[in-house]
Design a protein around this ligand. Structure first.
Ligand SMILES: [Zn+2]
Length: 250
């Protein structure tokens, strides 16, 4: 008995640091999301209810079907505990404020408490959902959609900060082909996120031909062939595309 007890204590000591390192105080399954949090989820009840609608919003707006099996969302109480946790698992991600990592078993979202936690989690979860709907998503589009859906539902169309940024930018134009050429996260500068958002806004709230272009492009991606760039789908259907995007946003 004493031997058994001793080995139990040893086991406990071995497993304790790992458990303590995470410090989850709550774990909740919400549809496809397994949310683990270092603070009470009632503190972020709006976020949790928005997450419940995010998949439907994305599927309705993009005419896609997401097929999430499991998306784990990890919420940390501070940057310190976030960095501590990620440094052992995704060391490259520790400098980012939030992160999405596609694993073979599940998509994983990591974020810590700041004023922008809701936005960060919606942004990263959009990546997670999109990757369950399409076999691949080009970087600029992935970020453009994530920027669009990161706003809370009522603010997406008319109140994203990027709208004001584009309106204030002198001589702004969309440059879709430049965005399409970006391959690495490091290639995406701050303005590229803004500009990708602008093109997505035009596609979702501009003329129906823009959504037709997106649907044709998604069909090509789903077929497994190398798709014609979205810019070409758009230019084929919409003459003076750049000017139309500018007039739409300005
Ligand atoms: Zn992103």
């Amino acid at each position: 008995m004493r031997g058994l007890l001793a080995s139990f204590v040893v086991l406990l000591l071995i497993s304790l640091p790992l458990w303590a390192a995470a410090g989850w105080v709550e774990e909740q399954q919400l549809g496809p999301y397994l949310i683990r949090s270092e603070f009470a989820l009632r503190d972020v009840s709006d976020l949790v209810s928005d997450l419940g609608d995010l998949q439907t919003d994305l599927e309705t707006m993009l005419s896609l079907k997401c097929q999430p099996t499991e998306i784990q969302i990890h919420l940390f109480r501070s940057q310190r505990t976030y960095v501590n946790y990620l440094s052992k698992r995704v060391p490259d991600g520790t400098k980012r404020r939030a992160l999405f990592v596609q694993g073979t078993d599940a998509g994983r979202v990591y974020a810590y408490q700041t004023r922008d936690l809701d936005t960060d989690v919606r942004h990263e979860t959009t990546h997670a959902l999109l990757h369950t709907a399409l076999p691949f998503v080009p970087l600029w589009l992935d970020e453009g959609f994530a920027e669009y859906f990161e706003a809370s539902p009522g603010l997406r169309e008319k109140h994203h900060p990027h709208l004001g940024e584009i309106r204030r930018a002198m001589w702004w134009k969309p440059e879709i082909e430049k965005l399409e050429a970006k391959r690495e996260m490091l290639d995406m500068g701050k303005n590229d996120y803004r500009d990708a958002w602008g093109v997505i806004h035009f596609i979702l709230h501009g003329p129906p031909a823009a959504r037709e272009a997106l649907a044709a492009y998604f069909d090509e991606i789903k077929s497994g062939k190398a798709p014609t760039p979205l810019s070409q789908h758009l230019r084929r259907r919409i003459p003076n595309l750049d000017q139309k995007i500018i007039s739409h946003l300005k």
